[in-house]
Design a binder for this molecule. Sequence first.
Ligand SMILES: Cc1ncc(COP(=O)(O)O)c(C=O)c1O
Length: 412
Amino acid sequence: VSEYSMKNHAALMERAKKVVPGGVIGHAALAPAAHPRFYHRGEGCRVWDVDDNEYIDFMCSFGPNLLGMNHPRVERAAAEQRALGNCFTGPTERWVELAEELVRRIGYADWALFQKNGSDATSLCLTLARAATGKRKILVADGAYHTTSPWGNPSKTGVVDEDRAHFLYYRFNDLESVRRAVAEAGDDFAGLMVSPFKHDAFVDQELVDPDFARGLREICDAHSALLMMDEVRGGFRMAPRGSWESLGVHPDVAAWGKGIANGYPLSTVVGTESLRPIAAGLYSTGSFWYSAVPMAAALETLRVLDEDDVVAHITKVGTEFRTGLDSLAKTHGFALRQTGPPQMPLVLFEDDDGFAKGTFFTTDALKRGIFLHPFHNMFLSAAHSSDDIAQTLERLEASFAELARAVSDGSL
Ligand SMILES: Cc1ncc(COP(=O)(O)O)c(C=O)c1O
């Protein structure tokens, strides 16, 4: 613990601040000040920051590292494609192969379009809903994160009212609130966007109530509106073929990203047959959207996802993590609120104004080589083994003890 240093980090941040507004902005900055912002390398579930501090990483790049960093099979597939070329004037065979794979994999998908970021994909869903229905109003869950675009950016900086003129808000798992928003939309209801579960930062996560999911499908059908699913965060961690597959509730379109190519930039919108002509008529493109390396990486990532039964594995190690944390917390006199699926856990302390306990705890954990998040859901990967979880819990015992000391001596 005594060797933990952030010296290189501080120097790099000084340089960054001179040439990058804010030094580091974006989701890396969505963490307490003590959390590192700059990284040097990664392997499996371990990352090293610019001071060579090693961490067992429970953020997985906020999701993309589904199989773990530097996965040999994915890297080989990417390297093979890179040797052939990445960015051409049009797509390669990988474009068709990956679309075929997504159509084969995802029950309701009859076609796929590719983009780079989750925000591209969710925004495309809205365009499709409006183009398909000729209507304008979009319903989104209050507090849900879907995009950096002005229609849904958590910040209102630079956003004008007109950007959000046709949005109405409902509460996740509350059909009554959906019905109210639908009534307000009247005959202008184009579509409703929903996440597979409520995974907003700062507040407890909520798994979906199956009746809510079924109710959304019925309401959208009754009003000829599109049900749009944001699988960007939950996709491929909740289930390999669609997070609501087991409920039998299928959206009309869905946005996927993050874990799809194990860290390579790629997202996709998949949709049903009736939307094919509308999708074909869009002008939707980007300079890098045909890039073949991420598509080759995605094809291999999806093969590994199935062959290694990754969802079962991350659920198992996530449950070990959750159970172990609960028991350590209890031993040291703390109560945790652990919510959401175990493979994407959110861990909050009870009675924790301003996340003071969470911040103390996760900051102490950093010094012991464990990278946690105090108020955002975390992510397990295929590279986290039961041994890694055991090692994590062993080290976190000391962090709980430190926290108990800080609470009892009144310094917190
Ligand atoms: C649920 C959800 N939707 C959309 C996005 C936007 O994806 P991206 O950051 O790749 O643009 C995110 C990113 O965190 C997300 O969690």
